[in-house]
Design a protein around this ligand. Structure first.
Ligand code: UT7
Length: 331
């Protein structure tokens, strides 16, 4: 008797977005910018901001996981492992994954944080899929949660217009009918670290009065080089993923791109030969929520996804990190 190959199927999606909005009109009052500039250069109209004393990334990740459990009809106690993808952990340690597990009552789960900036969710999905494929775990949750407002300098017009706060997650479970994560092509190149990073707060430059005064605890981005690498990286890897699976754009039901800039998304869709109506796009309402963008799209489009749909998840982010993942939708 031959044993059927185990794949990791996405069996549920959960999400959480904070209520408070930061619109382009609000930003016009804070920095020298215009609604017109932001929309034409990025595609963003508004973002969500997590307000309130003592609120952190886990306070978005936890309700997203609860939402996921409700949708799948499972108890958090059934979760075996939770991977939290984030660049804005509640604190440097312990891992936000542990905090989320505690908040939702996932007492049987082990977990860890995974940091690959805007590609974090893809790296998390690929890691989680390997855990499922090993046969050792039955329910693995991948959460993307980022409170970008915590590390955004609202006096820097080149970055503050881009980012927002949100969380979303997926559940991976074993499948023997060929549904789920079919292939992943992931890349990283640490020589890109100087273009997009947080200068201080790590072991290289621990927090000090000087780092605070120099605003080194905020995101720094040299936009243009990142843009160039992102357009090429995301498009190349998505095209290569299709090619090595003998697929063309016609076979793909949806592209689920990281939402950093509408122009980068358009370039990727063009390279894949996909029309706009096959591209999930919600950057106009949420901006760039880093590790949350891709699952947030899945969460918003969940009722339009059909069993058997082939979808491509694609991302590019700090590191540099980038990649694309091919998924056969399982429900
Ligand atoms: O998610 C992780 C990966 N990140 C990305 O993929 C982001 C990649 N980069 C980008 O999306 C774009 O580079 C930005 C949206 C960040 C910037 O757009 P750009 O078209 O590359 O603009 P730029 O940096 O070349 O700036 C053009 C001009 C500059 O003025 P001068 O030098 O031409 O006079 C900027 O000072 O626009 C100016 N500018 C602004 N003007 C109004 C920069 N930010 C703003 C602003 N409002 N908010």
């Amino acid at each position: 008797m031959t044993t059927k190959k185990i794949t990791a199927a996405i069996t549920a999606v959960g999400g959480f977005v904070p209520e408070d909005k930061l619109t382009n009109a609000d930003l016009e009052k804070m920095v020298e910018t215009t609604d017109e500039w932001i929309k034409t250069r990025t595609g963003i109209s508004e973002r969500r901001i997590l307000k309130g004393e003592g609120k952190a990334s886990s306070d978005m990740g936890a309700p997203a996981v609860i939402d996921l459990c409700h949708r799948r009809g499972i108890d958090p106690l059934e979760i075996d492992c939770l991977i939290c993808c984030t660049v804005t952990p509640d604190m440097l340690f312990p891992a936000t994954a542990n905090i989320i597990c505690d908040k939702v009552g996932a007492k049987n789960a082990w977990g860890f944080d995974l940091e690959a900036a805007c590609s974090g969710f893809l790296f998390g999905v690929t890691t989680g899929a390997a855990l499922i494929e090993s046969g050792r775990y039955k329910k693995v949750v991948i959460v993307g949660t980022d409170k970008m407002s915590a590390i955004t300098d609202y006096s820097d017009r080149t970055t503050c217009i881009l980012f927002g706060d949100a969380a979303a997650c997926i559940l991976l479970e074993p499948n023997t009918e060929g549904y789920g994560i079919l292939d992943s092509l992931l890349k990283s190149d640490g020589s890109g670290r100087d273009y997009l990073y947080m200068r201080a707060g790590g072991s290289l430059k621990p927090p000090s009065m000087e780092t605070l005064a120099a605003k080194e605890h905020f995101i720094y981005q040299d936009g243009q080089p990142v843009f160039k690498f992102a357009v090429k990286g995301m498009a190349d890897v998505s095209a290569e993923l299709l090619e090595r699976n003998n697929l063309t754009g016609d076979d793909i039901a949806w592209l689920v791109p990281h939402q950093a800039n509408k122009r980068i998304i358009d370039a990727t869709a063009n390279r894949m030969g996909l029309s706009q109506d096959k591209v999930m796009l919600n950057i106009q309402r949420y901006g760039n929520t880093t590790a949350a963008t891709i699952p947030l799209c899945l969460w918003e489009w969940k009722h339009e996804l059909n069993k058997g749909d082939l979808i491509v998840l694609a991302a590019f982010g700090g590191g540099f990190t980038w990649g694309a993942t091919l998924v056969k939708w399982a429900y």
